[in-house]
Design a protein around this ligand. Structure first.
Ligand code: GLN
Length: 460
């Protein structure tokens, strides 16, 4: 069924490769195993999952939406993917994404743009755009994406599905193509919070291959329940960001939908109060200084020697190694990635390090402190996931006349969770005047995924 739908919806460009034969063979194997021993089935038995093209899967291509990985085959399998397979999931293919997960519209992929299934003239969001559209259009049951500044939640919001970014260190990053290592999180995109919770449950937990992963026990997230106030439990305390319902920069339809969610939470008996974030205007600058710095370092490994693409020398006599590096990187990386490598290299250069990198690290700490102060009083922070609904293809993508910062604004509300490492989820919250999905985001304290999922489920 999913393969037929994929074949029917190729114009969406959600998948970069579909493992049709492999998926069918595996489905047969899983069926046979279930018939032979119904008690031995895994928790994801037969669940058809798509994986963003930034996660290694041994023997399969891995491109991170880039030409520089042209011809590259993964040598090992990411821990997250390994755990899905160990619980009997079926991986149906690799999904299109912005190059090296850099983008908010899925327009920077070497495999071309992905279209939003709600309106193919519009972007799906990014960078996990293919993964969100695949769930939206029913091309798989759920997807696995990565979220460095909103890449799971923002496309989930644009496509009307659920996207969950866990606490930093909840899921091993082993086998994830690194963008900004102190921000990167692997997270599920699904039709509902419970499916997302189940996938998180399977992927999360200690891993010898990632020293930043937490050894805290993993709860049964898919069974998470809110305490029942009528039975001795307390009601939840929710803070909402005033800007999300008042700021001129947020679409009126999005503001109204957010206010609607606030009203419903109050009606359900929760305490819902406004808060402000004095450092809001520093979120995006801090995020972009630090992530480009980390990216410039992480992406230095793509040199034309070790992975994928190598530029052909201009002549047989040209054997200059440095020229080969330069040419391979110039040809292999697209414009957004090159821009970020340059920005990050600049921020890390000896004369500017203190002015930019050190300063941004200090502000990161202040943002974390301010966020902690909010969570000393509240269980959740509520915002719209994005200031607007899905914009038109080409509307904000880099061109001489477009302001690149316009695109970055799409992540205004999502980056806080990555700057601080907190978990956050985006769930659908109605549609705008022309029927495009609106998302609402809930953020919770570190490792409070159970509460986060239970609350999301109660609002879903
Ligand atoms: N859109 C943001 C960026 O371009 C976030 C991307 C992400 O989360 N991977 O960096």
């Amino acid at each position: 069924q999913y393969l037929a739908r994929i074949a029917d919806q190729t114009h969406l460009n959600a998948f970069t490769e579909v493992y049709a034969d492999e998926a069918l063979t595996r489905a047969d194997e899983l069926d046979a195993r279930r018939v032979a021993n119904p008690d031995s089935v895994g928790r994801l038995h037969g669940m058809v999952i798509g994986v963003k093209d930034v996660l290694s899967h041994a023997g399969h291509g891995l491109r991170a939406g880039s030409n520089i990985l042209n011809g590259f085959t993964a040598q090992f399998t990411a821990t997250a993917v390994e755990r899905l397979l160990a619980e009997d999931a079926i991986i149906i293919g690799r999904q299109n994404c912005d190059e090296f997960a850099m983008g908010s519209s899925n327009e920077s992929s070497a495999f071309g743009v992905v279209c939003n299934a709600a309106d193919p003239e519009r972007v799906p969001g990014g960078s996990s755009g293919g993964s969100a559209v695949a769930v939206q259009a029913g091309l798989c049951l759920a997807s696995i994406g990565s979220d460095t500044g909103g890449s799971v939640r923002q496309p989930a919001a644009f496509c009307g599905v659920v996207g969950l970014k866990p606490t930093y260190g909840r899921v091993s990053r082993w086998g994830l193509v690194a963008y900004a290592s102190s921000f990167d999180c692997i997270g599920p995109i699904a039709n509902n919070p419970t499916d997302a919770a189940l996938l998180l449950e399977v992927m999360a937990g200690a891993d010898d291959f990632d020293s930043t992963v937490s050894t805290r026990p993993v709860a049964a997230y898919a069974q998470a329940k809110l305490p029942d106030p009528t039975n001795g439990g307390r009601s939840m305390r929710v803070a909402y960001l005033v800007d999300g319902v008042e700021s001129e920069g947020v679409d009126p339809d999005v503001r109204q939908a957010t206010q609607g969610a606030i009203d419903r939470l109050r009606a359900a008996g929760h305490v819902v109060e406004p808060v402000t974030l004095s450092l809001l205007k520093y979120l995006l600058p801090t995020y972009y200084i630090l992530t480009t710095a980390e990216a410039s370092s992480n992406l230095s490994r793509f040199d034309g020697v070790r992975y994928g693409y190598r530029a052909q020398p201009a002549s047989d006599t040209q054997t200059d190694l440095v020229a080969m590096y330069k040419q391979s990187r110039t040809e292999g990386f697209g414009p957004e990635v090159r821009k970020r490598i340059l920005l990050g290299t600049f921020a890390l250069s000896a004369s500017y390090y203190d002015a930019y990198y050190t300063k941004a690290q200090q502000i990161r700490r202040l943002i974390r402190d301010e966020t902690e102060r909010i969570f000393a009083d509240y269980d959740f922070l509520l915002t719209p996931t994005t200031p607007t609904t899905a914009f038109r293809l080409g509307e904000k993508s880099a061109g001489a006349e477009t302001d690149p910062l316009q695109m970055y604004l799409a992540d205004l509300f999502t980056v806080q969770a990555n700057v601080t490492g907190y978990p956050a989820i985006s769930i659908p919250n109605g549609t705008d005047g022309v029927g495009l999905p609106i998302g609402i985001q809930l953020m919770a304290s570190p490792f409070a995924e159970e509460n986060l999922i239970a609350m999301a489920e109660s609002m879903f």
